[in-house]
Design a binder for this molecule. Structure first.
Ligand SMILES: O=C(O)CCC(=O)C(=O)O
Ligand SMILES: [Fe+2]
Length: 315
């Protein structure tokens, strides 16, 4: 992809310290500038992506009353189905033109966590749906851990600083369906301009274009990964933790031109979250006289609750 810097995970995994350091420098610089990279040689293979899209499309093709069996407002949309128009960007009231599903962490080996996380919902109409989703979840989680290791080194922390906070973390895999646009959207968009809530987001190629990123100079630029790349961006939790050193860049999904309204769009972001008890207090490595502490202390769980209320998922 030419708009966004590209990095290769095999450099970070290499025995060659020069290649490893070069990956750290490149991703660090990109996240201090545009806040997005595209990543090659991650752990998610094409076949799994293909299987996942097949399952996801089959799910969204189910009749609405079937899908709504899996919608539970009690859990603030954190698992299962969230129906069309429910979520909106922070600061907006108009709902996005999308419906989505959430797969969440299964921390069976850690009772203190499994009690706090809602259970994933099993789609009984589609026997492969849950397994396929959770396989992709694991591969994206594994990829994200290495990206966070590189960022820890860039910031001047121990390489494994994030490992224990993201192990059993509250991450979410979100298959999204943007249906064909049938009537004049009247100002509504597929996804309004927003920063992501979490630490980092990993996005496999979508079924069509539409994702745009707000560059420093105020221009919206297209972010369309090559087939073998993941787009990975910084979210608000990491921006806050690093006292604005790493940038959570605003992005959106625009409506297509009218002649393409009939084409639906599918996209599957993975939101890497830490455990809810992780403090997001600005790191001392990122605070100095030129960069005074910009945020109050807060935990990841408290921050998430605030934001779920602000985007219409939590009462
Ligand atoms: O659909 C996309 O390509 C991106 C969606 C997105 O930014 C989000 O759900 O946070
Ligand atoms: Fe996003």
């Amino acid at each position: 992809m030419n708009n966004i810097p590209s990095v290769d995970l095999s450099d970070f995994l290499s025995e060659d310290q020069g290649r490893k350091q070069s990956f750290v420098n490149h991703i660090g610089r990109a996240y201090e500038d545009i806040g997005f990279v595209s990543l090659k040689n991650h752990f998610l293979d094409d076949e799994l992506v293909e299987d996942l899209y097949r399952e996801v499309k089959a799910f969204f093709d189910l009749p609405l009353d079937r899908k709504r069996q899996y919608e539970d407002p009690e859990i603030a949309g954190q698992r299962g189905y969230v129906s069309f128009g429910k979520e909106h960007a922070k600061g907006k009231t108009q709902g996005d033109l999308k419906e989505f599903w959430h797969f969440g962490q299964e921390a069976a080996e850690d009772a203190s966590l499994s009690e706090t996380y809602p259970n994933n919902l099993l789609v009984k109409e589609l026997p492969q749906f849950n397994d396929t989703g959770m396989q992709a979840y694991r591969m994206l989680e594994k990829t994200a851990i290495y990206v966070l290791r590189a960022l820890a080194l860039h910031i001047g922390l121990e390489e494994t600083y994030f490992d224990s906070w993201v192990s059993g973390g509250n991450s979410i895999l979100r298959p999204i369906h943007y249906p064909p646009i049938i009537t004049e959207p009247d100002g509504a968009v597929r996804a309004g301009a927003h920063g992501d809530i979490n630490l980092i987001t990993l996005l496999m190629g979508a079924s069509t274009g539409g994702l745009q990123v707000l560059r420093n100079d105020g221009e919206w630029i297209d972010a369309i990964p090559e087939a073998d790349e993941l787009v990975i961006n910084v979210g608000d939790m990491l921006e806050r933790l690093t006292n604005n050193r790493l940038r959570s860049t605003v992005h959106r999904v625009v409506n297509p031109p009218k002649e393409q309204w009939g084409t639906p769009r599918y996209s599957i972001p993975f939101f890497m979250h830490p455990r809810s008890d992780m403090p997001l207090n600005c790191l001392q490595e990122c605070v100095d006289a030129d960069h005074p502490k910009a945020y109050e202390d807060i935990t990841a769980g408290e921050f998430l609750s605030q934001r779920l209320a602000e985007i219409g998922l939590k009462k």
